[in-house]
Design a protein around this ligand. Structure first.
Ligand code: PAF
Length: 288
């Protein structure tokens, strides 16, 4: 496994792999790798010949109040995890490699960030879209892999790639969960053991929402039910949304594919989760 810090070296290594007919795959991360990232790396490994994992804690996606300084940094361990899971190249750029002096060009989506987490995190998705496009331009991967846990991020990246004609296939990977159903996240480390147990209700409420959708319940009824169930998490609900999978706009009657997404503040951690749902399709009887 190779390691590189400079974008030029990474571009050179990737382009030489492409010339040999290899498919380049990318897993962008901010490090502090856990089971969720390992699944992304393994999925990408299966789909490409030259696997690049990037590790860069991106300041542009942190709001001024969010704690960039205290973001966990475990680089040595991360590099080991990349090696054990079959990465060919780990890209660990420094700040100036990504944001050189005088940097002033950002990628901003007009509508998608105005939903779900974007409402509480102004500028976050601008930072994500900008750094991911830069990584795409450096690596020029045929495919890039992201987790469905951050569903809005996945939707933003898909849309950005489509809108800007970036020739990359975006692959979404299912969320890794603890036994309780809680989605694995670097934020779970801030929860006490009783908070961790209580947080299992997030998944249970989403499963109940999915069941209700398939038997024809409306978005409003699903949200009411989930809100009631989340009371037992003793968390503060930030949002519960029943929405379109691409635009993330609210849907009232669920007729086809949709999404339930939620965010709950449990103790010191803001937990997010979601579930893909399919509404009961109403058959329109044709008159003879
Ligand atoms: O999901 C993350 O870890 C980050 O948002 C990403 C996609 C690596 C961009 O910094």
């Amino acid at each position: 496994m190779k390691k590189a810090v400079s974008p030029e070296e990474v571009s050179r290594l990737c382009s030489s792999s492409r010339k040999k007919g290899k498919t380049v795959g990318l897993v962008p991360t901010m490090g502090a790798l856990h089971e969720g990232h390992i699944k992304l790396i393994r999925e990408c490994r299966k789909k490409c010949d030259f696997l690049v994992v990037s590790i860069f804690v991106n300041p542009a996606q942190f709001a001024p109040k969010e704690d960039l300084k205290n973001y966990p940094r475990t680089l040595k361990r991360d590099i080991l995890i990349c090696r054990e899971n079959g990465a060919d190249l780990v890209f660990t750029p420094g700040m100036k490699d990504i944001y050189p002096c005088g940097f002033e060009t950002y990628v901003e989506l007009e509508k998608l960030p105005a939903h779900l987490c974007g409402l509480k995190r102004p500028g976050h998705f601008r930072g994500v879209a900008t750094v991911v496009l830069k990584l795409f331009n450096i690596v020029r991967p045929a495919l890039a892999v992201f987790g469905k846990k951050d569903y809005q991020q996945l939707a933003v990246i898909r849309k950005m790639a489509r809108d800007l004609n970036v020739p990359v296939k975006i692959v979404g990977v299912e969320t890794v969960r603890a036994k309780s159903g809680l989605a694995v996240s670097s934020r779970n480390r801030y929860l006490s053991s009783s908070e961790l147990d209580n947080a299992g209700i997030l998944r249970k409420s989403l499963l109940e929402g999915k069941r209700m959708a398939s038997s024809g319940a409306s978005g409003a009824a699903i949200k009411r039910k989930i809100k009631g169930m989340l009371k037992s998490s003793r968390g503060r609900v930030d949002y519960i949304s029943v929405c379109d999978r691409e635009t993330l706009e609210d849907v009232k009657e669920i007729q086809g594919k949709a999404l339930i997404a939620l965010a709950v503040q449990v103790g010191p951690a803001r937990l997010i989760d979601n579930i893909e749902i399919t509404g009961a399709v109403r058959k329109i009887q044709k008159r003879k």
